[in-house]
Design a protein around this ligand. Sequence first.
Ligand SMILES: C[S@@+](CC[C@H](N)C(=O)[O-])C[C@H]1O[C@@H](n2cnc3c(N)ncnc32)[C@H](O)[C@@H]1O
Length: 373
Amino acid sequence: MITPRSLEAGQRFLLAAKKWWTADLYEHLRKQYLAQAGAKADRHNVADVAAILEDTTEYRYFAWLERHLQRMKYSGAYGLARYYDQARDSVLPPLAEVERKSALLDLQPDLPLPRYYTGVDIHQHPGGVWSDDVAGLVYEHGARTTTPMLGTSHADLHTRFTELVGKRMTPKKILDLGCGFGKSTQPFYAAFPEAQVEGIDLSGPCLRLAARAAESVGAKNIRFRQRDAVNTGYSPGSFDLVTSTMLLHETPPAPLETIIEEAARVLEPGGRMIHLDFHHLPDAFRRFMFYGHGRRNNEPYMQPLAEVDLHKVLKRHGFEDVTIEPFSEAEGLGVHREDVWRLPWTVISARKSSRADSRTKRTKRAKSRSARS
Ligand SMILES: C[S@@+](CC[C@H](N)C(=O)[O-])C[C@H]1O[C@@H](n2cnc3c(N)ncnc32)[C@H](O)[C@@H]1O
């Protein structure tokens, strides 16, 4: 039996251990690598870093801790999956009530889920964020101890991203792809009360939590729907902003390309697509550490996203004004800070060409003419 007190004590222990791993152990490895690489570090690739670090005791320990602290968080004796499994009789009825009553929620329990999604226990979350009714609660609780922020809260990240978007535009129709339990959507419906906001996700258990949070603050300008980002079902030109936070790195290259195509379809000409995800890796050391993180944390599509030529992909789908910039996940943590482990937060922004629809129509007309002739 795990009591709330022992659960929280276990989570606090994990967070403290992760803080040491993030700051002290990571910095130790970085110095060890730089001392050996010397002036050659600037010309190194991932294989060069691996040749120096991979067999060292310190790196092995770093890697072991990375995998097993996360595993303990979910599956250990004081893990979240066990806790919510045992608490299901008390935590699920209020969520079932939200599902019955909320006008903000539109679930489609028969929505087919892609195999790349169901085939991986993402983040080492047993059964992923979708397969169990308590999965949303497990994920929501786990997000509080995922990244030990150096002095600030993780919620800061989503708010600051929304503020950045607000400096570029005042959106009126917003689509948040892969909204999860609504953490990325909430700052949008709060910051833009005049806008109509749609949040979509594959996970019913997460969407119930998102709707409950929106109900609790009396939000009226938001709807959460169970839909696939590759095929959202919205009419062409429905939005002036399509956004996502931490969706793209959970998507393999082929569906990623389809999501970009779908975003272009549902955006009005001149509309913007602004994503927050993991992409910008300025040197081989960080790249090596990040690729290892993807393997150790069951996030197999992280490396492909880091390697894809996003400029090319976005241009292929009629986007222009493409910018790809590092993003600081916390106030006071500069984007160039190198002495602590950090995910490569990146803002990927692009505008749908005002001419994109007419060009697509011209291409389609030309294709059907050549098919007839
Ligand atoms: C890492 S979570 C991020 C959630 C939220 N955006 C946030 O910032 O907290 C990624 C979310 O994307 C969802 N997802 C993955 N593939 C999807 C797809 N093809 N369509 C819709 N949602 C998807 C997952 O179910 C998960 O909730």
